[in-house]
Design a protein around this ligand. Structure first.
Ligand SMILES: N[C@@H](CCC(=O)N[C@@H](CS)C(=O)NCC(=O)O)C(=O)O
Length: 205
């Protein structure tokens, strides 16, 4: 039987999409959450000195998006054929553009600077990111609530997680984007994901 161990800090961060994939697939895995205080002892055991790291049948895989794409393929959540797979990856890459834009704001420690960065992002950049995602959902989603085809994929989980970070910054961020809101609701309604969301540790990011 395949064995999966996922090493990361006790935050959603770069590991949460993979955790959501495990949840959606109903696949057991060891969710190893390293505290910052014990990280120095682990760092040298990680191939690139960073996490997340997935240990699959004893071999370590690095890079969060690679890990998520591997798990999606393993669990048939990456698209039903080669072209669907490419559509899913196009959505994931578009979500990554959004995540890259919000990460520096979330990390800014100076409250004044953070506020200014957020206002600039909300007024100048956010709507383009969300419009791009809605365009892809309508283009690939066959008129339904999922980003690609007519069932849940990595694309939906990637946006679900990024959407949470966005909503934590601005609760109204998706108000003008009903399709994206509906897409996140569909993810939350998935019975295994709903159970995971009820039980996962609550963390700051
Ligand atoms: N490109 C890598 C980046 C990994 C990364 O930056 N990991 C950070 C946590 S989000 C880390 O391990 N930081 C601790 C360190 O570098 O010592 C990925 O996506 O997995």
């Amino acid at each position: 039987m395949a064995s999966y161990k996922l090493y990361y800090f006790n935050v959603r961060g770069r590991a949460e999409v993979s955790r959501l994939l495990f949840a959606a697939a109903g696949q057991r895995f060891e969710d190893i959450r390293i505290e910052q205080s014990t990280w120095p002892a682990y760092k040298s055991q990680m191939p690139l000195g960073q996490m997340p790291v997935l240990e699959f049948n004893g071999t370590q895989l690095v890079q969060s998006i690679t890990i998520a794409r591997f798990l999606a393929r393993q669990f048939r959540l990456g698209g039903k054929d080669g072209f669907e797979l490419a559509k899913v990856e196009a959505v994931v890459d578009t979500v990554s553009d959004l995540v890259s834009a919000i990460t520096p704001i979330r990390r800014e420690q100076d409250e004044r600077k953070k506020h200014d960065m957020l206002q600039k992002f909300l007024s100048e950049q956010l709507s383009k990111h969300l419009q791009d995602l809605e365009i892809l959902g309508r283009l690939y989603g066959q008129g339904g609530p999922y980003f690609v085809g007519n069932s849940l994929t990595l694309a939906d989980l990637a946006f679900y997680d990024a959407g949470q970070s966005l909503l934590e910054m601005d609760r109204t961020a998706l108000n003008n984007h009903p399709w994206l809101k509906q897409n996140r609701s569909e993810v939350e309604r998935h019975p295994r994901i709903a159970e995971y969301l009820r039980n996962r540790p609550i963390t700051a990011f």
